[in-house]
Design a binder for this molecule. Sequence first.
Ligand SMILES: CC(C)(COP(=O)(O)OP(=O)(O)OC[C@H]1O[C@@H](n2cnc3c(N)ncnc32)[C@H](O)[C@@H]1OP(=O)(O)O)[C@@H](O)C(=O)NCCC(=O)NCCS
Length: 160
Amino acid sequence: MSDLIFEPMQAADVAAIMEIERQSFASPWSAGLFLHELGVEFSRQVVARRRASGPIVGYACWWEVAGEVHVLTVAVDPRKRRHGIGRALVRHILAAGAGAGATVAGLEVRADNAAALSLYAACGFARVGERRDYYGPGEHAVLMDCSIATEWNDRGAGVA
Ligand SMILES: CC(C)(COP(=O)(O)OP(=O)(O)OC[C@H]1O[C@@H](n2cnc3c(N)ncnc32)[C@H](O)[C@@H]1OP(=O)(O)O)[C@@H](O)C(=O)NCCC(=O)NCCS
């Protein structure tokens, strides 16, 4: 999706983000956790809108540390899914990471989250391991990595 507007997440966005967050995760982040991340030096956050000043349709949070990107969360308004917003958010993260000099991105995703596993695979992530019981007894995490090519700098975010 190439017509998205990406903006840095602001504290004023957190109420709208929480609406999506609660519908997206069995164990949603708290508003306080989003606000905390806004103040973490190596944490990055973005919100996506379809038009200027329009409603938030998706958001992401990641860390950029020591040349690596670590994806913390990506979510899309349930009413807006399967229109390329998730893919555009992940591409935005990778482009931002490339711009900051990162060479690799990594993440953990619930082993039963088929949509996310498929999204990340579609964006170039590969399974590199598993953490058993990471989210609780019987709730395993899949570890995925992605090499960040310098081309992300040129392609930028939102390019389908
Ligand atoms: C995962 C999520 C972010 C995907 O967002 P989205 O905007 O619907 O994703 P996109 O439309 O960009 O899909 C890109 C690709 O991901 C895969 N995908 C996305 N949703 C999928 C689903 N429900 N089932 C299977 N594959 C899916 C497909 O490969 C898709 O490409 P295609 O549409 O050409 O087939 C969204 O489902 C979501 O917010 N889920 C709840 C939160 C979550 O689990 N976040 C990820 C863990 S942090």
